[in-house]
Design a protein around this ligand. Structure first.
Ligand SMILES: Cc1cc2nc3c(=O)[nH]c(=O)nc-3n(C[C@H](O)[C@H](O)[C@H](O)COP(=O)(O)O)c2cc1C
Length: 179
């Protein structure tokens, strides 16, 4: 008996606890239109902000926010690329320090070692974005080969709860074209 074929163009969409997390289903839809297989991974805090059941239904994969139990099977296909959006001050700083205390960070740290294509979209208010550690860490991510989009590039000036996901989709598309 043969198993089902491995899905192609698997993108892990890592979601941190910032307001765009609540609208991330819109981004999933756009990514799926680009023939991507999307798996949503939330930080533990973001998991409480999103509709995990709806996203699982939309993607066909469970929304993971924690490490699996030892000895239990993997629930997600292997990733071909990683997209972190919205990326918080907290998760970005921990990532560069190599901290793996959330499942999301564990995947992000491994992705650096595996040299997977990674795109990060910071969403951090200006007072925190001006912190010297944050600025330095974004530069470090760039040096490691991560595509770092400008902070809050998805923020729409006109509406607080609407996000410019097109910027993210275009960045992924361009990154792929450059490969
Ligand atoms: C209503 C609300 C909005 C927040 N918005 C942001 C934000 O835009 N960017 C950010 O970096 N943190 C924001 N935070 C703080 C993060 O949620 C907090 O640092 C959290 O620990 C991040 O966890 P995570 O990085 O594991 O997702 C917000 C918190 C609250 C309660």
């Amino acid at each position: 008996m043969t198993g089902s074929p491995r899905p192609t163009r698997v993108l892990y969409l890592v979601v941190c606890a910032a307001p765009p997390a609540q609208a991330v289903g819109e981004l999933v839809e756009l990514l799926q239109e680009q023939d991507r297989t999307v798996c949503v991974i939330a930080t533990p805090r973001a998991a409480g902000w999103i509709d995990g059941a709806a996203l699982a239904e939309q993607t066909g994969y469970p929304v993971r926010h924690d490490y699996k139990q030892p000895g239990t099977p993997e629930t997600l296909p292997l990733a071909d690329a990683i997209l972190v959006v919205p990326a918080t001050f907290n998760t970005i700083n921990k990532w560069v320090a190599g901290v793996s205390d959330t499942f999301a960070l564990g995947l992000m740290n491994e992705a650096i070692g595996l040299k997977l294509p990674i795109t990060v979209v910071p969403y951090v208010k200006s007072s925190l974005a001006a912190h010297p550690t944050f600025e330095r860490n974004l530069r470090t991510l760039g040096e490691w080969g991560v595509i770092v989009l400008p902070n809050e590039v998805i923020r729409m000036k006109s509406a607080e709860y609407s996000f410019d996901w097109r910027r993210v989709v275009d960045a992924l598309h361009n990154e792929q074209a450059a490969e």
